[in-house]
Design a protein around this ligand. Structure first.
Ligand code: DON
Length: 626
Protein backbone atom coordinates (compact mmCIF):
# COMPACT_ATOMS: atom_id res chain seq x y z
CA UNK A 1 0.00 0.00 0.00
CA UNK A 2 1.29 3.48 -0.79
CA UNK A 3 1.77 5.78 2.20
CA UNK A 4 -0.59 8.74 2.05
CA UNK A 5 1.15 11.91 0.86
CA UNK A 6 0.94 14.69 3.43
CA UNK A 7 -0.42 18.06 2.37
CA UNK A 8 3.00 19.64 2.79
CA UNK A 9 4.64 17.06 0.59
CA UNK A 10 2.00 17.48 -2.04
CA UNK A 11 2.42 21.24 -2.01
CA UNK A 12 6.20 20.94 -2.24
CA UNK A 13 5.81 18.60 -5.18
CA UNK A 14 3.70 21.10 -7.02
CA UNK A 15 6.28 23.83 -6.18
CA UNK A 16 3.57 25.83 -4.45
CA UNK A 17 5.66 26.58 -1.42
CA UNK A 18 7.83 29.09 -3.25
CA UNK A 19 6.89 32.61 -2.28
CA UNK A 20 6.69 35.07 -5.11
CA UNK A 21 9.28 37.82 -4.80
CA UNK A 22 7.73 41.23 -4.10
CA UNK A 23 10.59 42.75 -6.09
CA UNK A 24 9.77 40.68 -9.16
CA UNK A 25 6.08 41.48 -8.91
CA UNK A 26 6.82 45.19 -8.42
CA UNK A 27 8.89 45.18 -11.63
CA UNK A 28 6.11 43.36 -13.49
CA UNK A 29 3.53 45.92 -12.40
CA UNK A 30 5.85 48.78 -13.28
CA UNK A 31 6.50 47.27 -16.70
CA UNK A 32 2.77 46.83 -17.32
CA UNK A 33 1.98 50.38 -16.19
CA UNK A 34 4.61 52.00 -18.41
CA UNK A 35 4.00 49.85 -21.49
CA UNK A 36 1.30 52.33 -22.45
CA UNK A 37 3.75 55.28 -22.37
CA UNK A 38 4.30 56.17 -26.03
CA UNK A 39 5.96 59.57 -25.84
CA UNK A 40 9.32 60.16 -27.50
CA UNK A 41 10.98 59.17 -30.75
CA UNK A 42 13.35 56.39 -31.70
CA UNK A 43 16.77 57.81 -32.71
CA UNK A 44 17.18 57.83 -36.47
CA UNK A 45 20.34 59.90 -36.98
CA UNK A 46 22.17 56.56 -37.02
CA UNK A 47 19.96 54.90 -39.68
CA UNK A 48 20.30 51.40 -38.24
CA UNK A 49 18.95 52.58 -34.86
CA UNK A 50 15.80 53.79 -36.61
CA UNK A 51 14.90 50.18 -37.35
CA UNK A 52 14.36 49.42 -33.64
CA UNK A 53 10.86 48.33 -32.61
CA UNK A 54 9.62 51.27 -30.49
CA UNK A 55 7.45 48.95 -28.40
CA UNK A 56 10.38 46.94 -27.03
CA UNK A 57 10.61 47.34 -23.30
CA UNK A 58 12.72 45.55 -20.71
CA UNK A 59 13.72 46.10 -17.11
CA UNK A 60 16.47 44.14 -15.34
CA UNK A 61 17.93 44.49 -11.87
CA UNK A 62 21.06 42.62 -10.81
CA UNK A 63 22.27 42.43 -7.23
CA UNK A 64 25.90 42.49 -6.12
CA UNK A 65 25.64 38.77 -5.42
CA UNK A 66 24.44 38.00 -8.93
CA UNK A 67 20.67 37.62 -8.49
CA UNK A 68 18.88 38.96 -11.57
CA UNK A 69 15.26 40.11 -11.69
CA UNK A 70 13.97 40.88 -15.14
CA UNK A 71 10.78 41.57 -17.01
CA UNK A 72 9.81 42.18 -20.65
CA UNK A 73 12.25 41.87 -23.57
CA UNK A 74 15.21 41.41 -21.25
CA UNK A 75 16.97 38.90 -23.52
CA UNK A 76 16.71 41.01 -26.66
CA UNK A 77 19.85 42.52 -28.18
CA UNK A 78 20.51 46.21 -28.79
CA UNK A 79 23.67 48.33 -28.94
CA UNK A 80 25.45 49.98 -26.03
CA UNK A 81 25.94 53.40 -27.66
CA UNK A 82 26.88 55.94 -24.99
CA UNK A 83 26.55 53.38 -22.21
CA UNK A 84 29.98 52.20 -23.40
CA UNK A 85 31.50 55.49 -22.20
CA UNK A 86 31.76 54.92 -18.45
CA UNK A 87 33.28 51.47 -19.00
CA UNK A 88 35.90 52.85 -21.39
CA UNK A 89 36.69 55.61 -18.90
CA UNK A 90 37.15 52.93 -16.21
CA UNK A 91 39.56 51.15 -18.55
CA UNK A 92 41.59 54.35 -19.07
CA UNK A 93 41.85 54.85 -15.29
CA UNK A 94 42.87 51.23 -14.87
CA UNK A 95 45.61 51.37 -17.51
CA UNK A 96 47.08 54.87 -17.11
CA UNK A 97 48.10 57.13 -14.25
CA UNK A 98 45.23 59.44 -13.36
CA UNK A 99 47.25 62.48 -14.37
CA UNK A 100 47.59 61.10 -17.89
CA UNK A 101 43.86 60.44 -18.16
CA UNK A 102 43.16 63.96 -16.90
CA UNK A 103 45.42 65.38 -19.60
CA UNK A 104 43.07 63.84 -22.16
CA UNK A 105 39.69 64.56 -20.62
CA UNK A 106 38.29 66.70 -17.79
CA UNK A 107 35.61 66.07 -15.18
CA UNK A 108 33.30 69.08 -15.57
CA UNK A 109 29.64 68.70 -16.57
CA UNK A 110 28.84 70.61 -19.72
CA UNK A 111 25.12 71.09 -19.32
CA UNK A 112 25.16 70.55 -23.08
CA UNK A 113 23.81 67.81 -25.35
CA UNK A 114 25.81 64.60 -25.74
CA UNK A 115 27.01 65.53 -29.21
CA UNK A 116 27.86 69.14 -28.46
CA UNK A 117 30.88 70.49 -30.24
CA UNK A 118 32.24 72.38 -27.27
CA UNK A 119 35.71 71.92 -25.89
CA UNK A 120 37.48 73.36 -22.90
CA UNK A 121 39.96 75.55 -24.74
CA UNK A 122 41.50 76.83 -21.53
CA UNK A 123 42.49 73.35 -20.35
CA UNK A 124 42.76 72.11 -23.94
CA UNK A 125 40.67 68.99 -23.44
CA UNK A 126 37.04 67.82 -23.70
CA UNK A 127 34.93 68.62 -20.64
CA UNK A 128 34.18 65.06 -19.50
CA UNK A 129 34.28 61.46 -20.75
CA UNK A 130 30.47 61.08 -20.94
CA UNK A 131 30.00 63.46 -23.87
CA UNK A 132 31.06 62.31 -27.33
CA UNK A 133 34.17 64.52 -27.47
CA UNK A 134 35.47 63.14 -24.17
CA UNK A 135 34.60 59.56 -25.12
CA UNK A 136 36.49 59.90 -28.40
CA UNK A 137 39.53 61.22 -26.51
CA UNK A 138 39.26 58.22 -24.14
CA UNK A 139 38.88 55.79 -27.08
CA UNK A 140 42.32 56.94 -28.22
CA UNK A 141 43.74 55.47 -24.99
CA UNK A 142 42.70 51.88 -25.83
CA UNK A 143 45.85 49.80 -26.14
CA UNK A 144 46.66 47.45 -29.02
CA UNK A 145 49.13 47.23 -31.88
CA UNK A 146 46.53 47.91 -34.57
CA UNK A 147 42.83 48.59 -35.03
CA UNK A 148 41.89 44.91 -34.79
CA UNK A 149 43.82 44.44 -31.55
CA UNK A 150 42.27 47.57 -30.05
CA UNK A 151 38.79 46.41 -31.04
CA UNK A 152 39.49 42.99 -29.52
CA UNK A 153 40.72 44.59 -26.27
CA UNK A 154 37.64 46.80 -26.13
CA UNK A 155 35.36 43.78 -26.65
CA UNK A 156 37.23 41.83 -23.98
CA UNK A 157 36.69 44.72 -21.59
CA UNK A 158 32.95 44.95 -22.22
CA UNK A 159 32.66 41.15 -22.03
CA UNK A 160 34.40 41.15 -18.64
CA UNK A 161 31.86 43.68 -17.36
CA UNK A 162 28.99 41.58 -18.74
CA UNK A 163 30.41 38.25 -17.61
CA UNK A 164 29.92 36.67 -21.05
CA UNK A 165 31.48 37.13 -24.52
CA UNK A 166 29.89 40.03 -26.36
CA UNK A 167 30.02 40.91 -30.05
CA UNK A 168 29.80 43.94 -32.24
CA UNK A 169 26.62 44.50 -34.23
CA UNK A 170 28.29 45.06 -37.60
CA UNK A 171 25.32 46.74 -39.28
CA UNK A 172 24.97 49.37 -36.55
CA UNK A 173 28.74 49.92 -36.60
CA UNK A 174 28.71 50.41 -40.40
CA UNK A 175 25.64 52.57 -40.24
CA UNK A 176 27.28 54.99 -37.79
CA UNK A 177 30.61 54.83 -39.58
CA UNK A 178 28.88 55.89 -42.75
CA UNK A 179 26.89 58.73 -41.19
CA UNK A 180 28.69 59.84 -38.02
CA UNK A 181 30.01 63.06 -39.51
CA UNK A 182 29.28 65.12 -36.46
CA UNK A 183 31.58 62.85 -34.45
CA UNK A 184 34.07 63.20 -37.29
CA UNK A 185 33.86 66.96 -36.91
CA UNK A 186 34.52 66.63 -33.18
CA UNK A 187 37.48 64.30 -33.75
CA UNK A 188 39.07 66.55 -36.37
CA UNK A 189 38.56 69.58 -34.20
CA UNK A 190 40.36 67.76 -31.39
CA UNK A 191 43.15 66.76 -33.76
CA UNK A 192 43.43 70.38 -34.78
CA UNK A 193 43.89 71.51 -31.19
CA UNK A 194 46.17 68.62 -30.27
CA UNK A 195 43.66 66.92 -27.98
CA UNK A 196 44.05 63.72 -29.93
CA UNK A 197 47.13 62.72 -31.84
CA UNK A 198 46.15 59.53 -33.71
CA UNK A 199 44.38 59.68 -37.08
CA UNK A 200 40.73 60.60 -36.37
CA UNK A 201 39.39 57.75 -38.52
CA UNK A 202 41.38 55.26 -36.46
CA UNK A 203 40.08 56.62 -33.18
CA UNK A 204 36.52 56.87 -34.51
CA UNK A 205 36.68 53.28 -35.74
CA UNK A 206 37.07 52.13 -32.16
CA UNK A 207 34.56 54.65 -30.80
CA UNK A 208 31.88 53.52 -33.30
CA UNK A 209 32.66 49.90 -32.47
CA UNK A 210 32.33 50.42 -28.72
CA UNK A 211 28.95 52.07 -29.38
CA UNK A 212 27.90 49.09 -31.53
CA UNK A 213 28.60 46.36 -28.94
CA UNK A 214 25.44 44.30 -28.70
CA UNK A 215 24.02 43.61 -25.24
CA UNK A 216 20.77 42.51 -23.66
CA UNK A 217 19.06 44.30 -20.81
CA UNK A 218 20.27 41.49 -18.52
CA UNK A 219 23.89 42.07 -19.67
CA UNK A 220 23.51 45.75 -18.91
CA UNK A 221 22.18 45.03 -15.43
CA UNK A 222 25.20 42.80 -14.73
CA UNK A 223 27.57 45.46 -16.11
CA UNK A 224 25.94 48.01 -13.81
CA UNK A 225 26.07 45.53 -10.90
CA UNK A 226 29.82 45.11 -11.53
CA UNK A 227 30.17 48.83 -10.84
CA UNK A 228 27.85 48.48 -7.85
CA UNK A 229 30.01 45.60 -6.60
CA UNK A 230 33.19 47.70 -6.36
CA UNK A 231 34.39 46.52 -9.78
CA UNK A 232 33.94 42.77 -9.27
CA UNK A 233 31.60 41.05 -11.73
CA UNK A 234 29.02 39.35 -9.50
CA UNK A 235 28.55 36.41 -11.85
CA UNK A 236 32.16 35.62 -12.79
CA UNK A 237 33.91 36.99 -9.69
CA UNK A 238 36.45 38.76 -11.94
CA UNK A 239 37.76 42.09 -10.64
CA UNK A 240 37.40 44.27 -13.73
CA UNK A 241 38.12 47.61 -12.08
CA UNK A 242 39.63 48.58 -8.76
CA UNK A 243 37.35 50.36 -6.25
CA UNK A 244 39.01 53.81 -6.59
CA UNK A 245 38.45 53.69 -10.36
CA UNK A 246 34.83 52.64 -9.87
CA UNK A 247 34.42 55.63 -7.59
CA UNK A 248 35.73 57.99 -10.28
CA UNK A 249 33.49 56.42 -12.95
CA UNK A 250 30.40 56.71 -10.74
CA UNK A 251 31.22 60.31 -9.86
CA UNK A 252 31.16 61.25 -13.52
CA UNK A 253 28.04 59.19 -14.21
CA UNK A 254 26.43 61.10 -11.37
CA UNK A 255 27.38 64.55 -12.62
CA UNK A 256 27.47 64.05 -16.41
CA UNK A 257 25.81 60.70 -17.25
CA UNK A 258 22.49 62.17 -18.32
CA UNK A 259 23.89 65.18 -20.21
CA UNK A 260 21.80 68.32 -20.03
CA UNK A 261 19.29 66.42 -17.89
CA UNK A 262 21.92 65.52 -15.30
CA UNK A 263 20.85 68.13 -12.74
CA UNK A 264 17.20 67.18 -12.77
CA UNK A 265 18.13 63.50 -12.76
CA UNK A 266 20.33 63.95 -9.69
CA UNK A 267 17.48 65.79 -8.00
CA UNK A 268 14.67 63.36 -8.85
CA UNK A 269 16.40 60.00 -9.18
CA UNK A 270 19.69 60.55 -7.39
CA UNK A 271 21.49 57.50 -8.77
CA UNK A 272 24.65 57.55 -10.92
CA UNK A 273 23.46 56.59 -14.39
CA UNK A 274 24.27 56.52 -18.09
CA UNK A 275 21.99 56.51 -21.07
CA UNK A 276 22.50 55.58 -24.71
CA UNK A 277 20.63 56.64 -27.86
CA UNK A 278 19.58 53.06 -28.61
CA UNK A 279 17.24 53.41 -25.61
CA UNK A 280 19.23 51.83 -22.80
CA UNK A 281 19.91 53.29 -19.36
CA UNK A 282 22.03 51.88 -16.56
CA UNK A 283 21.85 53.08 -12.99
CA UNK A 284 24.19 51.98 -10.20
CA UNK A 285 23.41 51.87 -6.50
CA UNK A 286 26.85 51.27 -4.97
CA UNK A 287 27.01 48.19 -2.79
CA UNK A 288 23.50 47.12 -3.75
CA UNK A 289 22.29 46.75 -7.32
CA UNK A 290 22.68 47.61 -10.96
CA UNK A 291 19.51 48.63 -12.82
CA UNK A 292 19.07 48.46 -16.60
CA UNK A 293 16.17 49.56 -18.74
CA UNK A 294 15.66 49.27 -22.47
CA UNK A 295 13.02 51.16 -24.39
CA UNK A 296 14.00 52.89 -27.66
CA UNK A 297 11.76 56.00 -27.62
CA UNK A 298 13.88 58.97 -26.52
CA UNK A 299 13.14 62.37 -25.07
CA UNK A 300 14.71 65.61 -26.29
CA UNK A 301 17.89 64.95 -24.23
CA UNK A 302 18.47 61.60 -25.93
CA UNK A 303 17.36 59.61 -22.87
CA UNK A 304 14.82 56.78 -23.01
CA UNK A 305 11.42 58.12 -21.93
CA UNK A 306 10.27 54.94 -20.24
CA UNK A 307 13.80 54.33 -18.96
CA UNK A 308 13.88 57.65 -17.11
CA UNK A 309 10.44 56.97 -15.64
CA UNK A 310 11.37 53.43 -14.54
CA UNK A 311 14.46 54.72 -12.74
CA UNK A 312 12.49 57.55 -11.10
CA UNK A 313 9.87 55.14 -9.80
CA UNK A 314 12.31 52.45 -8.65
CA UNK A 315 14.37 55.07 -6.85
CA UNK A 316 11.27 56.41 -5.10
CA UNK A 317 9.74 53.02 -4.32
CA UNK A 318 12.89 51.46 -2.88
CA UNK A 319 14.41 54.61 -1.36
CA UNK A 320 17.53 54.44 -3.52
CA UNK A 321 18.44 58.11 -3.91
CA UNK A 322 22.10 58.21 -2.89
CA UNK A 323 21.46 60.99 -0.41
CA UNK A 324 18.77 58.97 1.31
CA UNK A 325 21.65 57.41 3.20
CA UNK A 326 20.22 55.16 5.89
CA UNK A 327 23.58 53.89 7.06
CA UNK A 328 23.43 53.43 10.80
CA UNK A 329 26.52 53.85 12.90
CA UNK A 330 24.64 52.83 16.00
CA UNK A 331 24.78 49.11 15.42
CA UNK A 332 28.56 48.83 15.11
CA UNK A 333 28.88 47.48 18.66
CA UNK A 334 27.00 44.21 18.68
CA UNK A 335 27.50 43.65 22.38
CA UNK A 336 29.95 44.00 25.18
CA UNK A 337 30.54 41.60 28.04
CA UNK A 338 33.08 40.79 30.69
CA UNK A 339 34.73 37.55 31.71
CA UNK A 340 32.87 37.44 35.03
CA UNK A 341 29.66 36.73 33.10
CA UNK A 342 30.93 34.95 29.99
CA UNK A 343 34.04 32.85 30.22
CA UNK A 344 36.11 30.91 27.73
CA UNK A 345 35.38 27.31 26.91
CA UNK A 346 38.24 26.27 29.14
CA UNK A 347 36.92 24.20 32.05
CA UNK A 348 38.24 25.31 35.41
CA UNK A 349 38.41 23.99 38.92
CA UNK A 350 35.79 25.38 41.35
CA UNK A 351 38.46 27.63 42.92
CA UNK A 352 39.39 29.04 39.52
CA UNK A 353 35.74 29.65 38.64
CA UNK A 354 35.30 31.59 41.85
CA UNK A 355 38.33 33.72 41.09
CA UNK A 356 37.14 34.47 37.58
CA UNK A 357 33.74 35.46 38.90
CA UNK A 358 35.44 37.99 41.21
CA UNK A 359 38.08 39.34 38.83
CA UNK A 360 36.52 38.71 35.42
CA UNK A 361 35.32 42.33 35.12
CA UNK A 362 38.92 43.20 34.28
CA UNK A 363 38.56 41.42 30.93
CA UNK A 364 36.21 43.13 28.47
CA UNK A 365 35.05 41.81 25.11
CA UNK A 366 33.75 44.34 22.59
CA UNK A 367 32.03 42.54 19.71
CA UNK A 368 31.65 44.53 16.51
CA UNK A 369 29.37 44.06 13.54
CA UNK A 370 28.69 45.53 10.11
CA UNK A 371 30.79 48.04 8.25
CA UNK A 372 33.63 50.08 9.71
CA UNK A 373 33.70 53.53 8.21
CA UNK A 374 34.38 56.93 9.74
CA UNK A 375 31.08 57.27 11.61
CA UNK A 376 31.02 53.77 13.07
CA UNK A 377 34.72 53.79 14.00
CA UNK A 378 34.26 57.06 15.84
CA UNK A 379 31.66 55.28 17.99
CA UNK A 380 33.96 52.34 18.52
CA UNK A 381 36.79 54.63 19.63
CA UNK A 382 34.55 56.24 22.24
CA UNK A 383 33.34 52.88 23.53
CA UNK A 384 36.82 51.37 23.77
CA UNK A 385 38.10 54.53 25.49
CA UNK A 386 35.39 54.21 28.13
CA UNK A 387 36.02 50.49 28.57
CA UNK A 388 39.76 51.03 29.03
CA UNK A 389 39.05 53.08 32.17
CA UNK A 390 37.95 49.96 34.04
CA UNK A 391 39.17 46.91 32.15
CA UNK A 392 42.82 45.80 32.10
CA UNK A 393 42.41 43.52 29.12
CA UNK A 394 40.33 44.41 26.10
CA UNK A 395 39.36 42.01 23.37
CA UNK A 396 37.95 43.51 20.18
CA UNK A 397 36.12 40.92 18.11
CA UNK A 398 35.93 41.60 14.34
CA UNK A 399 34.15 38.35 13.42
CA UNK A 400 31.00 40.04 12.14
CA UNK A 401 32.69 43.02 10.49
CA UNK A 402 32.15 42.71 6.77
CA UNK A 403 33.77 45.87 5.54
CA UNK A 404 36.67 48.04 6.72
CA UNK A 405 37.50 50.96 4.49
CA UNK A 406 41.07 52.23 4.30
CA UNK A 407 40.32 55.33 6.34
CA UNK A 408 38.80 53.38 9.22
CA UNK A 409 41.67 50.87 9.17
CA UNK A 410 43.99 53.84 9.78
CA UNK A 411 41.76 55.12 12.59
CA UNK A 412 41.57 51.73 14.30
CA UNK A 413 45.35 51.47 14.14
CA UNK A 414 45.68 54.88 15.78
CA UNK A 415 43.10 53.88 18.40
CA UNK A 416 45.04 50.71 19.26
CA UNK A 417 48.30 52.65 19.43
CA UNK A 418 46.71 55.23 21.69
CA UNK A 419 45.47 52.50 24.02
CA UNK A 420 48.86 50.92 24.54
CA UNK A 421 50.12 53.28 27.25
CA UNK A 422 46.91 53.07 29.30
CA UNK A 423 45.80 49.50 28.78
CA UNK A 424 47.46 46.29 29.90
CA UNK A 425 46.93 44.29 26.78
CA UNK A 426 44.70 44.39 23.76
CA UNK A 427 43.65 41.38 21.75
CA UNK A 428 42.18 41.65 18.27
CA UNK A 429 40.31 38.59 17.10
CA UNK A 430 39.14 37.36 13.70
CA UNK A 431 41.49 39.69 11.82
CA UNK A 432 42.40 37.30 9.02
CA UNK A 433 45.10 37.92 6.46
CA UNK A 434 42.42 37.73 3.83
CA UNK A 435 38.77 38.63 4.10
CA UNK A 436 37.15 41.97 4.81
CA UNK A 437 39.50 43.05 7.60
CA UNK A 438 42.75 42.09 5.83
CA UNK A 439 43.64 45.75 5.22
CA UNK A 440 43.17 46.48 8.90
CA UNK A 441 45.33 43.49 9.82
CA UNK A 442 48.16 44.90 7.69
CA UNK A 443 47.80 48.31 9.34
CA UNK A 444 47.92 46.79 12.84
CA UNK A 445 50.94 44.69 11.90
CA UNK A 446 52.73 47.98 11.13
CA UNK A 447 52.50 49.12 14.76
CA UNK A 448 55.90 48.88 16.37
CA UNK A 449 54.94 47.51 19.83
CA UNK A 450 53.31 44.27 18.74
CA UNK A 451 53.86 42.39 22.01
CA UNK A 452 51.11 44.40 23.65
CA UNK A 453 48.76 43.74 20.77
CA UNK A 454 47.75 40.13 20.57
CA UNK A 455 46.07 38.54 17.59
CA UNK A 456 43.84 35.53 18.04
CA UNK A 457 41.92 33.62 15.47
CA UNK A 458 38.93 33.61 17.74
CA UNK A 459 37.64 35.32 20.81
CA UNK A 460 37.49 32.21 22.93
CA UNK A 461 41.26 31.78 22.68
CA UNK A 462 41.77 35.42 23.65
CA UNK A 463 39.45 35.05 26.64
CA UNK A 464 41.25 31.92 27.77
CA UNK A 465 44.60 33.69 27.48
CA UNK A 466 43.51 36.63 29.63
CA UNK A 467 41.75 34.36 32.14
CA UNK A 468 45.02 32.45 32.49
CA UNK A 469 46.80 35.75 33.20
CA UNK A 470 44.26 36.59 35.92
CA UNK A 471 44.56 33.14 37.45
CA UNK A 472 48.37 33.26 37.35
CA UNK A 473 48.32 36.55 39.29
CA UNK A 474 46.46 34.87 42.12
CA UNK A 475 48.48 33.61 45.10
CA UNK A 476 46.46 30.41 45.00
CA UNK A 477 47.71 29.72 41.47
CA UNK A 478 48.43 26.06 41.29
CA UNK A 479 51.94 25.00 40.46
CA UNK A 480 50.76 22.06 38.47
CA UNK A 481 52.34 18.74 38.93
CA UNK A 482 51.05 16.04 41.16
CA UNK A 483 47.54 15.51 42.39
CA UNK A 484 46.49 13.31 45.22
CA UNK A 485 43.44 11.35 44.12
CA UNK A 486 41.67 12.84 47.12
CA UNK A 487 42.18 16.32 45.69
CA UNK A 488 40.29 15.53 42.52
CA UNK A 489 36.75 16.74 42.32
CA UNK A 490 35.50 13.51 40.84
CA UNK A 491 36.65 11.49 43.86
CA UNK A 492 35.62 14.02 46.48
CA UNK A 493 33.83 12.24 49.37
CA UNK A 494 35.50 8.85 48.97
CA UNK A 495 36.98 7.41 52.16
CA UNK A 496 40.73 6.86 52.54
CA UNK A 497 40.14 3.14 52.24
CA UNK A 498 38.16 3.55 49.01
CA UNK A 499 40.87 5.80 47.53
CA UNK A 500 43.45 3.17 48.40
CA UNK A 501 41.47 0.65 46.38
CA UNK A 502 41.55 3.01 43.38
CA UNK A 503 45.29 3.71 43.48
CA UNK A 504 46.49 0.47 41.83
CA UNK A 505 44.32 1.02 38.77
CA UNK A 506 45.75 4.45 37.99
CA UNK A 507 48.10 4.48 34.97
CA UNK A 508 50.38 7.46 34.20
CA UNK A 509 50.53 8.84 30.63
CA UNK A 510 52.57 11.46 28.86
CA UNK A 511 51.30 13.03 25.64
CA UNK A 512 53.05 15.44 23.29
CA UNK A 513 51.46 18.47 21.64
CA UNK A 514 49.10 17.37 18.85
CA UNK A 515 48.66 13.80 20.15
CA UNK A 516 45.09 12.61 19.79
CA UNK A 517 44.36 11.22 23.26
CA UNK A 518 40.76 10.31 22.59
CA UNK A 519 39.36 9.78 19.11
CA UNK A 520 35.74 10.33 18.30
CA UNK A 521 33.89 7.08 17.58
CA UNK A 522 36.46 4.89 19.37
CA UNK A 523 35.46 2.67 22.27
CA UNK A 524 35.73 4.42 25.64
CA UNK A 525 37.98 2.44 27.95
CA UNK A 526 39.67 5.03 30.18
CA UNK A 527 38.87 8.31 31.73
CA UNK A 528 41.64 10.78 32.41
CA UNK A 529 42.74 13.28 34.99
CA UNK A 530 45.20 15.96 33.88
CA UNK A 531 48.17 16.56 36.15
CA UNK A 532 50.07 18.92 33.90
CA UNK A 533 49.38 20.72 30.60
CA UNK A 534 46.10 21.15 28.81
CA UNK A 535 43.96 19.50 26.15
CA UNK A 536 41.29 20.66 23.70
CA UNK A 537 38.02 18.89 23.05
CA UNK A 538 36.61 19.30 19.55
CA UNK A 539 33.71 18.09 17.47
CA UNK A 540 33.56 17.91 13.67
CA UNK A 541 31.87 20.58 11.54
CA UNK A 542 30.78 20.06 7.93
CA UNK A 543 33.84 19.71 5.70
CA UNK A 544 37.24 19.21 7.27
CA UNK A 545 36.75 21.81 9.97
CA UNK A 546 36.38 21.17 13.70
CA UNK A 547 34.96 23.25 16.51
CA UNK A 548 36.79 23.46 19.80
CA UNK A 549 34.12 23.08 22.44
CA UNK A 550 36.24 23.02 25.59
CA UNK A 551 39.73 23.26 26.96
CA UNK A 552 40.76 21.30 30.04
CA UNK A 553 43.71 21.79 32.34
CA UNK A 554 45.27 20.41 35.52
CA UNK A 555 43.00 18.91 38.14
CA UNK A 556 40.16 18.27 35.72
CA UNK A 557 38.91 15.08 34.16
CA UNK A 558 37.88 14.17 30.64
CA UNK A 559 36.40 11.08 29.08
CA UNK A 560 34.43 10.48 32.26
CA UNK A 561 31.20 10.17 30.30
CA UNK A 562 32.42 6.65 29.52
CA UNK A 563 31.45 5.80 33.09
CA UNK A 564 27.88 6.67 32.26
CA UNK A 565 27.37 4.97 28.93
CA UNK A 566 30.56 2.99 28.35
CA UNK A 567 29.94 3.53 24.67
CA UNK A 568 31.84 5.38 21.94
CA UNK A 569 33.69 8.67 22.31
CA UNK A 570 31.67 11.66 21.17
CA UNK A 571 34.55 14.08 20.52
CA UNK A 572 38.30 14.29 19.88
CA UNK A 573 40.66 15.22 22.69
CA UNK A 574 44.04 16.54 21.57
CA UNK A 575 47.03 17.61 23.67
CA UNK A 576 47.68 21.38 23.38
CA UNK A 577 51.18 20.94 24.82
CA UNK A 578 53.10 18.26 26.72
CA UNK A 579 50.51 16.69 28.98
CA UNK A 580 50.87 14.44 31.99
CA UNK A 581 47.63 12.65 32.74
CA UNK A 582 46.40 9.74 34.80
CA UNK A 583 44.09 7.23 33.21
CA UNK A 584 41.63 5.07 35.09
CA UNK A 585 40.07 2.05 33.46
CA UNK A 586 36.30 2.30 33.36
CA UNK A 587 36.01 -1.43 33.47
CA UNK A 588 38.20 -1.71 36.56
CA UNK A 589 36.19 0.93 38.42
CA UNK A 590 33.05 -0.98 37.55
CA UNK A 591 34.59 -4.22 38.82
CA UNK A 592 35.65 -2.52 42.06
CA UNK A 593 32.18 -1.15 42.51
CA UNK A 594 30.63 -4.60 42.60
CA UNK A 595 32.16 -5.17 46.01
CA UNK A 596 32.28 -1.45 46.93
CA UNK A 597 29.19 0.17 45.42
CA UNK A 598 29.79 3.41 47.30
CA UNK A 599 32.73 4.19 44.95
CA UNK A 600 30.43 4.38 41.95
CA UNK A 601 27.73 6.23 43.88
CA UNK A 602 30.17 8.96 44.98
CA UNK A 603 31.76 9.30 41.52
CA UNK A 604 28.39 9.55 39.77
CA UNK A 605 27.19 12.07 42.37
CA UNK A 606 30.26 14.23 41.78
CA UNK A 607 29.83 14.01 38.01
CA UNK A 608 26.18 15.00 38.27
CA UNK A 609 27.10 18.00 40.39
CA UNK A 610 29.77 19.08 37.93
CA UNK A 611 27.39 18.68 34.97
CA UNK A 612 24.70 20.72 36.65
CA UNK A 613 27.20 23.47 37.53
CA UNK A 614 28.27 23.59 33.89
CA UNK A 615 24.66 23.76 32.79
CA UNK A 616 23.94 26.56 35.23
CA UNK A 617 26.95 28.51 34.01
CA UNK A 618 25.90 27.96 30.38
CA UNK A 619 22.45 29.33 31.22
CA UNK A 620 23.97 32.37 32.89
CA UNK A 621 26.14 33.00 29.84
CA UNK A 622 23.19 32.73 27.50
CA UNK A 623 21.40 35.33 29.62
CA UNK A 624 24.48 37.61 29.68
CA UNK A 625 24.81 37.44 25.90
CA UNK A 626 21.19 38.38 25.28
O1 DON B 1 28.17 59.03 -30.91
C1 DON B 1 26.96 58.87 -30.98
O2 DON B 1 26.23 59.74 -31.38
C2 DON B 1 26.37 57.52 -30.56
N1 DON B 1 27.19 56.45 -31.02
C3 DON B 1 26.21 57.46 -29.11
C4 DON B 1 25.46 58.64 -28.55
C5 DON B 1 24.64 58.31 -27.36
O3 DON B 1 24.32 57.19 -27.09
C6 DON B 1 24.18 59.46 -26.57
N2 DON B 1 23.39 59.04 -25.44
N3 DON B 1 22.31 59.28 -25.11
Amino acid sequence: MNAPISTTMRREKAGERRISSPIQSYLQTLHAELSGENAGEVATYIPELGRADPERFAIAVATVDGQVYCVGDAGMGFTLQSISKPFMYGYALREYPKAVVLEHVGVEPTGEAFNSIVLDDVKNRPFNPMVNAGAIAVAELMQGADGAARAANMLALMSAFAGRPLDIDESTFRSEQATGHRNRAIAYMMLNSGMITKAPEEVLDLYFRQCAVEVTCIDLAIMAATLANHGVNPTSGVQVLKPPHVRDVLTLMNSCGMYNYAGEWAYDVGIPAKSGVSGGIIAVIPGQIGIAVYSPRLDGHGNSVRGVEVCKRISEEFGLHVFNSQTSIRSVIRRQYHADAVSSKRLRTPGEWALLKREGKRIAVVELQGALFFGSVERLIRRVGKTARTADFIIIDFKRVHLVDAASARLVRRMVRGLLPVSGQIALTHLGHDGPAAGLRRKVDEIDQPEQILMFEDTDEALEHFEDLLLAESPQARQDGRFMLAELDIFRGLSAAELKLLEPIVQAFRFERGDVIVREGSRARLFYVIAKGSVSISIPLPGERRKRIAGIGPGLTFGEMALLDGGRRSANVVADETVTAYGLSVEKIRELSVAHPNIMIVILGNMTRSFSERLRRANEEIAALE
